[in-house]
Design a protein around this ligand. Structure first.
Ligand SMILES: C[S@@+](CC[C@H](N)C(=O)[O-])C[C@H]1O[C@@H](n2cnc3c(N)ncnc32)[C@H](O)[C@@H]1O
Length: 238
C-alpha cells in the first residue's frame, strides 16, 4: 500500500514517473505533485511549474472566469506579480489582447518564459523582470489584474504552502501593501476599464475602503466557491 490517491497515481503514470519509495515519502510529506511532475493544469491548459513559482490555484481560475464574464473587450492587459504566467497567459489564450506581465523573481520569469513558448505566445506576451514597487503603470491597459502576495507572518498559513517560495506568499507586515500601490497608481490613470484582484478572505473591506478613499467608487467584492470574499473588482465609471 502506498497511500497515494488514484489521481496521484494517474498523474505520475501520465508523466512516466516511477512510483518509488522516495516519491511516495515526498507525497505523503505534503510535497506538491505539480513540483514532482513539473507541470499543472490551469484553466484547461498545461503550465510548467517548479519550486520557484506558486502553483496556480483553483481560485485563480475563478478570477479569470469572473473577468471573462464581464464581456469587456480587452486589447491590452497587465498582469502584475505574474509568477508562472498562469493569469496573463490564459487571458492571452482566451482573448485577442496583448499581455504585459511584471514579476520580480528572475527564476519565476524563466518559468513564465517557458510557458509563453509552450503556448506559442511570444508575439502576444511580454514579461518585465522588475519590482512592482518601482514600476510605473502606463496609461494604456484596459485590464489590470493581479494575484499578489498577501500573507503576513502572523497569519495561520496552510501547511501545503511550505514548499512554495516565500516571496510568492508573504507581504511583510501589511497584507494589502501590493493592492495599495496598484490603487495609488490607477487612481491617476484614465484608460483602464477593469482592475481585478485576487485577495485573502479577510482583506476585502480594507481594500474597498482604501480604493474609495482614493476616489474609486465602483469597487466590489466577489466570492469564491467556498463563499469566501476572494476577489475585488474595480470598474471604471464614466
Ligand atoms: C501569489 S504569487 C501569484 C503568481 C501568479 N500570478 C498566480 O496567480 O499563480 C505572487 C507573485 O508575485 C511575485 N512578487 C512578489 N513581490 C513582487 C514585487 N515586489 N514585484 C513583482 N513581483 C513580485 C512573486 O515572485 C510571485 O511570483
Amino acid at each position: 500500500m502506498n497511500n497515494l490517491s488514484n489521481i496521484d497515481i494517474k498523474t505520475l503514470n501520465d508523466h512516466n514517473i516511477p512510483i518509488t519509495e522516495e516519491i511516495i515519502d515526498q507525497i505523503n510529506n505534503g510535497y506538491p505533485i505539480p513540483y514532482i511532475v513539473g507541470d499543472v493544469n490551469f484553466y484547461g491548459y498545461t503550465f510548467k511549474v517548479s519550486e520557484d513559482v506558486l502553483i496556480p490555484r483553483f481560485e485563480t481560475e475563478q478570477l479569470i472566469e469572473h473577468v471573462l464574464n464581464k464581456n469587456i473587450k480587452f486589447n491590452h492587459v497587465l498582469d502584475l506579480c505574474s509568477g508562472s504566467g498562469a493569469i496573463g497567459i490564459t487571458l492571452a489564450l482566451k482573448t485577442n489582447a496583448l499581455v504585459d506581465m511584471v514579476e520580480i523573481s528572475p527564476k519565476a520569469v524563466a518559468i513564465a518564459n517557458e510557458n509563453v513558448l509552450l503556448h506559442h505566445l511570444d508575439n502576444k506576451v511580454v514579461i518585465n523582470n522588475t519590482d512592482l514597487f518601482t514600476y510605473e503603470i502606463a496609461d494604456n491597459y484596459d485590464l489590470i489584474i493581479s494575484n499578489p502576495p498577501y500573507l503576513t507572518h502572523q497569519d495561520n498559513v496552510s501547511p501545503n504552502t511550505r514548499f512554495e517560495p516565500d516571496i510568492a506568499l508573504y507581504s511583510d507586515d501589511d497584507s494589502i501593501k501590493y493592492y495599495k500601490y496598484i490603487i495609488d497608481q490607477i487612481s491617476n490613470l484614465h484608460n483602464w476599464k477593469l482592475v481585478a484582484f485576487e485577495i485573502g478572505e479577510t482583506e476585502g473591506n480594507d481594500i474597498i475602503k482604501y480604493a474609495n478613499e482614493h476616489g474609486l467608487t465602483n469597487v466590489y467584492c466577489l466570492k469564491d466557491y467556498n463563499d469566501c470574499d476572494r476577489f475585488i473588482f474595480i470598474e471604471k465609471t464614466e
